[in-house]
Design a protein. Structure first.
Length: 462
């Protein structure tokens, strides 16, 4: 049987040429919707390239939205209705809708903080002249000193470690995976995970192995089995506030996971981007095993999306690898944003913002739990998010559609799945997103009404 065998553009990297060939074949009708692509080994033999090249080419095509991989079945041309809604509508505002999809910090003191910082900078020509050129690769010395002081109040060990400033949390994830993993390696994640991790892994040609969770988070015994079977390079974890479920790993479970990773030489990528108050955080995995862990966080959640400043902390064992990866993707950060951030660190405004956020989210969580208590939603008291497991009879996408038709946008559990496994019907609600408490209460009451009415009656099947 003849298989589809494209001619690859010799002027491109082979995996990019393959992804481009798939796109061309779809556009000219050579490949059709829902058609299965050739098995990777057969296509590799036909093109006389490595299987890794085919894997990476298929992953790139999936990242572009051209194909979809089905675990145990193969890779198929994406159907017309099979669209990754999460990538498409992440920041698409819909007029007349209350948006509870993306976890943004509620608006409070931030506007005045920016306005004051702009006025102060505008009246200091010497400062502007200093910040106008490229910053040093690791940042200006005074900015690094401010960061160092601020990090000392975070749940981190800084001895024999160093930090790098990134363009947000997603950049820190991508830089870390690129530095530590080689094409064809495997990383472990929770079986519901932030989609940006999957994108970073696909871009590097890294396989993602999902690990089951229970009500306390990722299951250590399953991690051990995966380490023995797949020999992964890295495990990605969100121990303080799992995204999207909101669970928090106990200190005991964190220690067990650290011991497993040490035994099997697996680096831990600890993501602490999702906001919860400092008082709600437990000892970090980086504190338990600084030599085994890369810790990352970002100011985009706790301040606002425009503050595209993140950071990662790594041991001296891997710091230079990550630094080279960061250099390859972005030589340095904008010193203007970093200067404002460091001013707020030094004058206490960032700490005051943290206290305001904690109070604001405690109030919003209380409103949500009061309205939806009958359905036992899960969250931490200062989290931006709330996880709602749907009653029997619901499918996640049906609830999302019902909510949208009544004016509320929420996020389906399906948006966070790894591969094609279907999670339990659930939705994530971002309580921080509505502009006011009044708007939040309106959205919660709409969702409550939908839950009380139950799913729409489906057409009978004969």
């Amino acid at each position: 049987m003849t298989i589809w065998t494209p001619i690859l553009d010799k002027n491109q990297a082979k995996y990019l040429a393959l992804a481009h060939a798939i796109e061309v074949a779809i556009n000219n009708g050579e490949l059709h919707c829902d058609e299965k692509l050739p098995p990777q080994r057969r296509l590799a033999d036909a093109l006389q390239v490595t299987i890794g090249t085919i894997t990476r080419g298929y992953s790139e095509a999936e990242r572009r939205g051209l194909v979809v991989a089905q675990v145990g079945s193969g890779t198929y041309v994406r159907g017309k209705d099979n669209v990754n809604a999460l990538a498409h509508d992440m920041n698409q505002d819909l007029p007349g809708k209350i948006d509870m999809r993306a976890a943004f910090a509620p608006e409070g003191p931030q506007i005045k903080m920016i306005a004051d910082a702009m006025v102060s900078m505008a009246t200091d020509p010497h400062l502007l002249s200093h910040l106008l050129p490229y910053a040093p690769e690791l940042g200006h010395a005074n900015h690094r000193s401010s960061f160092q002081r601020w990090l000392s109040s975070e749940p981190l060990v800084l001895d024999d470690c160093n930090f790098l400033i990134t363009h947000g949390g997603q950049h820190a994830i991508s830089v870390s995976i690129n530095a530590i993993c080689r094409e064809g390696d495997s990383i472990l994640t929770e079986n519901l995970v932030f989609p940006g991790v999957l994108a970073a892994a696909q871009d590097k040609g890294v396989k993602v192995i999902s690990i089951a969770m229970d009500e306390e988070g990722i299951i250590p015994e399953k991690v051990l089995q995966a380490c023995q079977r797949h020999k992964p390079r890295m495990i990605y974890l969100t121990p303080n506030s799992q995204n999207p479920c909101g669970t928090q790993l106990s200190v005991e479970r964190r220690q067990v996971l650290v011991d497993i990773c040490r035994e099997h030489n697996v680096l831990i990528l600890e993501d602490d981007v999702q906001y919860i108050a400092r008082t709600d955080k437990l000892v970090s995995m980086q504190q338990l095993a600084p030599e085994q862990c890369i810790y990352l966080s970002s100011f985009s959640k706790r301040f606002g999306g425009a503050m595209r400043i993140g950071y990662l902390v790594a041991s001296v064992n891997v710091f230079n690898k990550i630094r080279l990866s960061l250099r390859a993707s972005s030589w340095t950060n904008s010193p203007l944003l970093i200067h404002w951030l460091c001013e707020w660190m030094d004058n206490g405004e960032l700490d005051r913002l943290e206290k305001w956020l904690q109070s604001e989210m405690n109030a919003r969580q209380a409103l949500a739990n009061q309205c939806l208590s009958l359905w036992a939603p899960y969250s931490q008291k200062s989290s931006f998010n709330l996880w709602l497991v749907l009653p029997q009879g619901w499918l996640s996408h049906e609830f999302v559609e019902q909510a949208q038709s009544k004016g509320v946008l929420v996020r389906s559990a399906d948006d966070y799945r790894v591969g094609q496994q279907i999670p339990l019907p659930a939705v994530r609600l971002c309580l921080s997103r509505p502009n006011t408490h009044k708007e939040l209460i309106e959205a919660l009451n709409i969702l409550k009404s939908i839950l009380e009415q139950g799913p729409l009656l489906k057409e009978a099947l004969m």
